[in-house]
Design a protein around this ligand. Structure first.
Ligand SMILES: [Zn+2]
Length: 446
């Protein structure tokens, strides 16, 4: 009899055939059913056999097909027929349970098509296993609801999606399919502990504001400094491009590296940069005025409190050079439209660490994506093993299990310890750690 290379003790291997890519294994179960599954009678009689193909994990790099000679029975008490139950086989599909477990984890890491070929199944089957795996994770994994929440835009497969994060912990707690008000509001509405959210930092996207106000009226909405000063840079860019567009080639060469220098903060300009900027200002006064306006706008964020900042903004707006007013209009309009949320920053500043790590993530995001659906990418971000920031409960021997544990040997006892039921010792999962995600994407691990 061939050796049981399957390592499935419930089966007897009757034949093994090896081809270039595959193992074809014939097997049968070792035990026979004792009772009818319909009426529990033990009066059973054989009623034929049927070969069923069960897929399993690859062995030695070869795909596995197990042809199980499945027995059929008839119950003499109720006359119903049934097939014997196959041990270690998944209830939903003809695969071993260990293959389904492995495939679920792999489906988050690798394209479905690769896995389908490796196992010898259809891509649709891989997708179904993936869906079951993700649904199970959604049901069981609970990310801590952030008290300080960030809602931002991130491009995944050519569409703006909504990324929800925990600002204090630099983690991502969800990625939503789109950034419509309904999508965001539905998500927030179902969020456990949403009434405890204190602050929500958003970019200047009206639907976010509307959704938060409606579902979490207690939360203070803050527009991060980053989103506002970025607008100031964009206004400066408009002026720069306009001026460049009106120049001859020779004049344009005099504006080498202009974008780079103009976007720098004044305090970081050194030696040659300063002299260059001065000469540009002399030749193109509007460019000098735009640089000044950008710098003075940034300086508003040095204010110590809201009233001071509002005063600085009003003086800044009134003092704008007429030649650049049109170019800076989008910034003026944004600040006026979002005044309470922008000024809330002075009471509740968003940490630089968060802003930076999220921007890093946005920067590397386009490296992800080929061959994946949105659902798969979302799962990669949220559920890749080792990506979550978890706070373990304090190490403590649970009282109710201490005695039970004495009964086992040292080693077997360890593995029998179930999750503690004491809620004060609950493990806290803050979500996917953003810097870990960035690192894994950069190293090609995601
Ligand atoms: Zn029966």
């Amino acid at each position: 009899m061939p050796a049981n290379i399957l390592n499935l003790p419930a089966y007897t291997v009757t034949n093994i055939e090896e081809t270039e890519h595959d193992y074809h294994i014939n097997a049968e179960t070792k035990t026979t059913p004792q009772k009818c599954p319909h009426c529990y009678s033990d009066n059973l009689v054989g009623f034929g056999r049927n070969e069923q193909l069960v897929r399993d994990l690859p062995i030695h790099g070869k795909r596995i097909g197990i042809y199980v000679d499945t027995r059929r029975y008839q119950c003499r008490s109720c006359n119903k027929t049934f097939y014997e139950r196959l041990p270690d086989v998944d209830g939903k599909r003809m695969m071993t349970s260990r293959l389904v477990t492995w495939l679920g984890k792999q489906s988050v890491k690798r394209p479905f098509s690769h896995l389908a070929e490796e196992i010898g199944i259809s891509e649709m089957t891989v997708k179904n296993v993936f869906n079951d795996y993700i649904n199970e994770l959604e049901r069981t994994v609970r990310f801590e609801t952030p008290q300080w929440m960030g809602i931002d835009e991130i491009h995944i497969i050519k569409k703006p999606r909504c990324v929800v994060s925990n600002i204090e912990n630099n983690t991502i707690v969800n990625v939503l399919r789109d950034r419509n008000k309904k999508t965001v509001a539905d998500y927030l509405f179902r969020l456990k502990g949403r009434e405890l959210v204190k602050c929500v930092a958003i970019d200047m996207w009206e639907p976010y504001k509307d959704a938060v106000r409606e579902v979490m009226p207690q939360a203070r909405i803050v527009v991060d400094k980053f989103h506002v000063v970025r607008l100031a840079n964009e206004c400066l860019e408009v002026v720069r491009k306009e001026i460049r567009g009106s120049l001859t080639d020779k004049q344009r060469r005099g504006l080498m590296h202009d974008r780079f220098i103009l976007l720098k903060r004044e305090a970081n300009l050194q030696g040659l940069d300063l002299i260059t900027l001065e000469s540009w200002t002399k030749n193109y006064p509007a460019l000098g005025a735009a640089y000044r306006a950008k710098e003075d706008f940034f300086a508003i964020y040095d204010a110590l409190e809201t009233q001071e900042a509002i005063g600085m903004f009003r003086r800044w707006e009134a003092g704008l050079h007429p030649d650049i007013k049109d170019a800076f209009y989008p910034l003026i309009r944004a600040v006026n439209n979002w005044m309470p949320e922008i000024m809330a920053y002075f009471d509740h500043p968003v940490t630089n660490a968060y802003t930076e790590s999220l921007n890093n993530l946005i920067r590397v995001m386009n490296r992800l994506g080929r061959g994946y659906s949105f659902e798969a990418l979302r799962a990669k971000i949220l559920f890749t093993e080792g990506v979550c920031k978890i706070k373990k409960p304090k190490f403590q021997r649970p009282v109710q299990r201490a005695q039970e544990m004495e009964a086992f040997s040292y080693f077997s006892g360890m593995s029998r310890m179930g999750p503690s039921t004491n809620s004060s010792e609950r493990e806290i999962n803050y979500g996917a750690d953003i810097s870990t995600l960035v690192r894994m994407i950069e190293e090609g691990l995601l």
